[in-house]
Design a protein. Sequence first.
Length: 78
Amino acid sequence: KQSGCAGFGYVMDLVKQPEEDDLQFSYYGATLFVPLQAMPFIDGTEVDYVREGLNQIFKFNNPKAQHACGCGESFGVE
C-alpha cells in the first residue's frame, strides 16, 4: 500500500476471508493473499523469513524496487 517516504510499504495482516480479486500464493504450508492491483509493483518479489540476532522477520526482495527510504520501511518503483 502507499506508505512511507519512498512511496510504498509491505503490509502483512492475518486474513480470515480474502477479497474476491486477491491472488493466492502457497509454499510449504504458508499462504499469501495479494491484492490484484498490487501486482504491477511487486511481481517477482521473493519473501523470506529470516532470523537476525534475536529477531525473526520477513524480508522482501523486490526486483522492481528502484529505491528505498533510509530506514528501509518503504520502497519506490519507476
